[in-house]
Design a protein around this ligand. Structure first.
Ligand code: AMO
Length: 429
């Protein structure tokens, strides 16, 4: 007999089934013994009557929480089990023991500190709350891939070891690379552009590294970015693509993760498109109208981002037309005002989840901007060169997977939304 999932077993009243999983809890009320068995799909009560030979096996084994067992038995309707079904077992086999006591309560009833949970992340994955977060993250990822594939985008694989920075030199992790020095990619930026000027429409999901020294609830040192790059497209075209992608992802999560959203107590709305497009200057005016001190040209702090979001009231909106000082060298400046670039951020539930720009596809202008940013064009020769051979105008964006998971699941700390977070203090597990 093949193993089936507990949720499927519940539908097989009167049938023999083989199920396996972890012991959630056991109870012995003298004449009857109970085991609640859990697998990834759910849990079920195993009821053992005194004349059942499994009763003696249970007495001998003295099962503890998280022991792993395999059971064959018959599924029956039950008056007392909360799911109204139970399994009357014919055999019970111990597959592995769990050490006792457990470092955290897998049922999730007793809350553990985040640090403890991250130290024992594999156990934390078994709690209803954490497993819901990652089941939602899976749907975010698959919806992203599905949306872009259906729109004719191709998935690409850029390198993670690179020779030069794309997002500003300060945040790079340096690594020895034989006789040379190399860096961990802080973005797939330069490579996705080199692909888009030939493959036209590309997307990717890649890890990136940023050596930012501070610890905040919204920053990690290793992030997964969901990136897009499109040729023959300006910033407006890819902003439209981004809002459509966001709506597609949220719709899918709402539809496929209703159980998980309920466990997390989340009720998410599908944003109405087109999303509001605020200019950077509009956002500055909003802030200063609140008496906030702000100099045009600076970046918004996280509290200021939140403040702007509260004033705008929409759950998702763009801030566009940024000062060139705030954006990377590859952002296309406005022809009539080169202090402003074709760049946008997408805020969702008060947090920046994505940013993008129209790129510079003209080699001379690119060299000029590199110099203005204090970078050496020789370090970027492989990149700049490729725009000399028929590079169409192109634009793109990047969504931070953990940031989006955080805003959809309503978590306050980004570490909740990364399986094995890397931050200033954490390198294990
Ligand atoms: P940017 O640096 O804005 O743009 O990054 C894009 C998105 O990635 C996420 N992100 C982070 N999340 C958590 N911790 C971090 N340290 C962190 N850094 C970035 C955010 C952010 O909005 N190459 C450009 C994108 C483009 O123009 O295509 C870039 O990397 O959600």
């Amino acid at each position: 007999m093949e193993r089936i999932l507990i949720e499927d077993a519940k539908k097989r009243l009167g049938e023999q089934v083989r199920i396996s999983g972890w012991v959630n809890r056991t109870r012995d009320i003298g004449s009857l013994k109970f085991v609640v068995l859990r697998d990834l799909s759910g849990d079920i009560q195993i009821t053992v009557k005194p004349d059942n030979p499994v009763s003696q096996i249970l007495t001998d084994l003295k099962l503890g929480r998280e022991d792993v067992v395999e059971i064959t038995g018959r599924v029956e309707a039950s008056q007392i089990a909360h799911a109204r079904v139970e399994v009357l077992p014919e055999s019970l086999k111990l597959l592995n023991r769990s050490k006792q006591p457990l470092p955290l309560d897998v049922s999730g009833n007793t809350k553990a500190e985040l640090d403890t949970r991250l130290n024992f992340r594999f156990l934390d994955f078994r709690t209803p709350r954490t497993s819901s977060i990652f089941k939602i993250q899976h749907v975010i990822l698959s919806s992203f891939r599905e949306f872009l594939t259906n729109k004719g985008f191709m998935e690409i694989q850029p390198p993670c070891i690179i020779a030069s920075a794309s997002e500003g030199g300060a945040e790079l992790f340096k690594i020895p690379y034989f006789e040379k020095e190399a860096y961990l990619a802080q973005s797939p930026q330069l490579y996705k552009q080199m692909c888009a000027i030939s493959f036209e429409k590309v997307f990717m999901v890649v890890p990136i590294w940023r050596a930012e020294k501070f610890n905040t609830p919204t920053h990690l040192n290793e992030v997964r970015q969901m990136d897009v790059e499109q040729a023959f497209a300006d910033d407006e075209a890819v902003m439209k693509l981004l809002e459509e992608a966001l709506v597609h992802i949220i719709k899918n999560v709402k539809e496929k993760n209703s159980k998980e959203l309920q466990i997390l107590g989340r009720n998410i709305e599908i944003p109405k498109t087109p999303l509001r497009r605020l200019t950077y200057t509009d956002a500055v005016e909003l802030l200063t109208s609140r008496g906030e001190e702000f100099r045009w040209g600076d970046d918004f702090s996280k509290p200021q981002e939140k403040m702007i979001a509260e004033m705008v009231k929409d759950e998702a909106f763009f801030i566009k037309n940024w000062p060139s000082d705030q954006k990377a060298f590859y952002a296309m400046p406005y022809k009539d005002n080169p202090n402003i670039v074709h760049a946008f951020d997408l805020l969702y539930n008060g947090i920046e989840i994505s940013s993008g720009t129209q790129r510079i596809h003209l080699p001379e202008l690119l060299v000029e901007r590199l110099k203005i940013k204090g970078l050496n064009p020789d370090d970027f020769s492989h990149y700049v060169e490729c725009f000399s051979y028929g590079a169409p105008p192109h634009s793109g964006w990047s969504i931070g997977l953990e940031r989006l998971t955080m805003t959809i699941t309503g978590m306050n700390n980004i570490r909740e939304c990364c399986m094995f977070p890397r931050d200033r203090d954490r390198l294990v597990p």
